[in-house]
Ligand binder design. Structure first.
Ligand code: F3S
Length: 284
């Protein structure tokens, strides 16, 4: 069995930076509580390790309001502006691990909406990153997730607007959705804010999936970028297997498999990737 390993598998720059930030805070801690606002990463093994080291996950704005002291770490997905205001009012120390690529979107949305433009976010409604981006708009903001949303909004929207995207959105889908607006004479700004790490990973996954007999995508079910890789891989390779943890092994690969591809979402730690690689090497 030959393996084709994706070069861009595993932690992206933003996730690595956020996870390292939490471990640094633990190392420097003077005993005051450390919180992350939401899961720092969509990987329960890492989250459990952090919890064992004393880090508490805050799961809602209401919970955040009850804090009296300590440090809150903002994860790579970022948060709405009002969360920073809330923490400042409460006098809580903030360590901001928002990925710089997400911060860039916040700045664009803040500036454009201050200038009176309507904001269109191409992304998954309810995803924390999208909710965070929404929270930097002063005026009207819309989320477009599917073709029907784009068709409806393109017919209704008037005046100046600006389109941005969730960093992990599928690049081809983004282009298709923007085309729907353009065909309806949209003439506002379009800023492709899909991050390079995501785009490269998606292109590479599609390329490998096309070449191999079977494909393994490693990641967490709640990770948006892993879900996208899975979708892309399934399109190109019907024998696509999803592995969340080592419990998902063994795999029942077709007997004719001679070349297998492996990729992993941006929040997948290296040790899981290595163990899956070893499993394939030893067993096939
Ligand atoms: Fe940042 Fe891109 Fe990762 S936006 S968190 S480097 S997927």
């Amino acid at each position: 069995m030959k393996i084709k390993m994706a070069k861009n598998a595993g932690f992206c720059f933003g996730v690595r930076r956020a996870v390292d930030t939490v471990y640094e805070q633990i190392a420097d801690n003077d005993g005051s509580p450390i919180y992350t606002y939401g899961l720092i990463i969509h990987n329960m093994e890492v989250v459990r390790d952090l919890e064992a080291k004393g880090v508490t996950v805050i799961r809602s704005e209401e919970e955040l309001k009850t804090l009296e002291h300590g440090t809150v770490i903002i994860r790579a997905h970022g948060v709405a502006k009002r969360i920073y205001n809330l923490l400042a009012e409460q006098g809580i120390k903030v360590i901001d691990a928002t990925c710089p690529y997400v911060q860039r979107i916040h700045r664009i949305v803040e500036k454009e909406s201050r200038e009176g433009k309507k904001i269109i976010i191409i992304g998954n409604l309810g995803h924390p990153e999208v909710e965070g981006i929404r929270g930097w708009a002063d005026g009207e903001v819309f989320v477009v997730e599917a073709e029907e949303d784009a068709v409806r909004l393109a017919d209704e929207i008037s005046g100046d607007s600006c389109i941005v995207s969730q960093t992990t959105f599928n690049y081809n889908k983004f282009k298709d959705l923007v085309d729907i607006f353009v065909e309806k004479d949209y003439n506002g700004n379009v800023v492709n804010t899909i991050c390079n790490a995501t785009e490269e990973r998606q292109i590479e996954t599609g390329r490998i999936a096309k070449e191999v007999d079977a494909m393994i995508v490693i990641g967490d079910i709640h990770s948006s970028n892993t879900a996208k890789l899975l979708e892309i891989s399934r399109k190109e390779c019907t024998n696509t297997y999803f592995v969340q943890t080592l419990k998902d092994l063994p795999l029942d690969l077709p007997e004719t498999t001679t070349l297998i591809g492996i990729t992993a979402g941006a929040s997948t730690p290296n040790n899981i990737i290595e163990e899956v690689q070893n499993y394939v090497r030893i067993n096939f």
